[in-house]
Design a protein around this ligand. Sequence first.
Ligand SMILES: Cc1cc2nc3c(=O)[nH]c(=O)nc-3n(C[C@H](O)[C@H](O)[C@H](O)COP(=O)(O)O)c2cc1C
Length: 193
Amino acid sequence: MKLLHIDSSVLGENSASRGMTAAIVARLRAEHPGIAITRRDLAAQTLPHFTPVLTEGHPCITRNAEILDEFLAADIVVIGAPMYNFTIPSQLKAWLDRILTAGKTFHYTEHGPEGLAGDKRVIIASARGGIYSEGPGQAIDFQETYLRHVFGFMGIHDLEFIRAEGLNLGADQRTAALASAHKRIAAGVQIAA
Ligand SMILES: Cc1cc2nc3c(=O)[nH]c(=O)nc-3n(C[C@H](O)[C@H](O)[C@H](O)COP(=O)(O)O)c2cc1C
């Protein structure tokens, strides 16, 4: 079994989502000792904006293919996805721009688009400063709604969000939100054997 561990927070050791993905991966490793883990830190190794490269053999083409192959090979993908400016970090978007590839993760048919990557489980550690799961914030959540759409578009419906929100609404709310997310992780992350 192969696990791909992605982080995209720029907040280093203060990052809530990094702490959550680390706990999820540790939990999965404990449950499946033989699991092969690939790590990609999108803040430490930032990908440039996706641009068409027309020269065959260009290093960008090779790197993009590596990123896509890494994703295609994974059975489980764990992604740290903070909300920055109401959506995902641009580092994570640059990664997704390499993943959403026609003919590999989706294709168009006469009936419309069809996902080709439905064999994976994706677990997203979502961290945000405000509250978006209820109330007026729901209408301006372009982070989880976007991720739900793009993974659904690739045929991935085994998608779970583990969320810590309201992290910037005071120390008590932050502590409670992180404790609740970590309790959820400690309770077990469901994956098929
Ligand atoms: C550049 C930046 C932009 C942010 N934008 C938002 C935002 O639009 N809405 C929000 O609720 N929180 C926002 N926050 C707060 C983060 O969502 C919060 O700090 C969360 O913990 C980020 O996850 P991380 O700690 O893993 O980086 C922002 C934080 C940063 C650093």
